[in-house]
Design a protein. Structure first.
Length: 393
């Protein structure tokens, strides 16, 4: 199948598409969910590094991986929800170029900043510089081209990544490519049906081979589509179709019940259940805003704007705080690292949001062929990197 649109296609961003994306960015419920999801992931990594670096495993013993899992799954549900709404309003190439613009520039900026920050941190904490990654060595130290492919965010198995959170972005970027392919094939009207088929395949695969789920944080192109965490994208897609038909309060109650039962009654389909539960809660929260019953929380709204930046920077900030305050009590490490995460997120998040909309306007004003070339070239490079990565496993 050609990656380029037919010559007669009109690849111009529609007014509906631009308005829809801007409306999503202004929707309080979605911004609140983004903020809370990011804060859950931050808290999870704080508990992890408290145990590893400060010898204080108590919080992690209590909460385990639940905060991090719930945060990541909530992000994926939102992604499925928003992409199902946005993709039909754009030509396929324009849709994908917007997604590339949203993810990669800020990610690469944070990798550059992280490289310099960790080099400085190593210098000031040596000879006790354990836990401080060497990003330059990670990407270029062995002289192998494969190592630099981490920066493509294509699904490849690596023991580590520059910012320590990239495994989730591998799912995100692959999902965008999948939506692009469905759109390019003219099948977006069948997206909910395709999502249900994908869900059936996931459930069958997990049921008959539950042990395979253990590798979901190290996916390759051959395994990524079959891990249960993809149920979050699927339920997000379905939520975009049926969400308006479900009352807010019952949706939230059902979601909370599903989440609670997933912890009380563990089973092999628990990941799918968590995705369904969080999708129900998200449907309910969006429904509350639609009904005018959602309160106003300006700080959460602002944190929602900065949530992607917060996600990218929080592990380096936590590591740096814990390294520079080695003898501080746990409560001070938690409080200080959170405050610094918010400050750094505010700085980079402001650049992120402003830069995204400015670059998007430039690309939208460019000729359609430019967007088509960028989208097609990206897909070719993305898939080539992912397939090449299979050789080094």
């Amino acid at each position: 199948m050609s990656l380029m649109p037919p010559p007669t296609a009109v690849d111009v961003p529609t007014v509906r598409g631009v308005a829809s994306e801007r409306q999503a960015a202004k929707t309080d419920s979605i911004q609140y969910i983004r903020a809370l999801a990011a804060l859950l992931v931050v808290f999870y990594h704080q508990t992890v590094y408290l145990g590893r670096m400060a010898g204080e495993p108590g919080l992690h013993d209590v909460f385990g991986g639940v905060p991090g899992l719930f945060g990541v799954v909530a992000f994926f549900v939102l992604s499925g929800y928003l992409m199902a709404d946005i993709a039909p309003k754009y030509q396929p190439a324009t849709f994908l170029v917007h997604r590339i613009t949203r993810i990669y520039p800020t990610y690469w900026l944070c990798v550059v900043i992280g490289t310099w920050f960790f080099a400085w941190l190593w210098f000031v904490t040596k000879p006790n510089a354990d836990y401080v990654p060497n990003i330059a060595a990670m990407l270029f130290g062995r002289g192998e081209a494969r190592d630099t492919l981490r920066l493509t965010l294509a699904p490849m198995v690596f023991p580590d990544f520059p910012l320590g959170i990239e495994w989730t972005l591998l799912y995100e970027t692959t999902f965008y490519v999948m939506i692009f392919a469905v759109s390019r094939a003219g099948l977006l009207r069948f997206l909910p049906h395709l999502a249900l088929l994908w869900l059936a395949l996931l459930v069958a695969g997990i049921w008959y081979n539950p042990g395979r789920e253990g590798g979901y944080t190290t996916p390759s192109i051959a395994t990524l589509p079959f891990f249960g965490i993809n149920a979050a994208f699927i339920f997000g897609i379905l939520a975009a179709r049926i969400g308006r038909r479900i009352a807010a309060a019952p949706a939230i109650a059902a979601g909370i019940a599903l989440l609670a039962l997933s912890e009380l009654v563990p089973h092999r389909l628990a990941m799918v259940q968590v995705a369904a539960g969080l999708a129900a809660v998200i449907i309910g929260v969006i429904g509350l805003e639609r009904a005018g019953r959602l309160g106003s929380f300006p700080l959460l709204r602002r944190l929602g704007d900065w949530s992607y930046a917060m996600y990218l920077v929080h592990v380096p900030v936590i590591l740096g705080t814990f390294k520079l305050m080695p003898h501080a009590p746990a409560w001070l490490l938690i409080g200080t690292s959170l405050a610094l995460v918010l400050l750094v997120s505010a700085a980079i998040g402001s650049i992120d949001v402003a830069g995204y909309y400015r670059l998007k306007r430039v690309l939208d004003a460019a000729p359609a062929r430019v967007r088509s070339t960028l989208a097609g070239g990206f897909v070719v490079l993305f898939l080539a990197a992912a397939v090449y990565g299979l050789r080094g496993r």
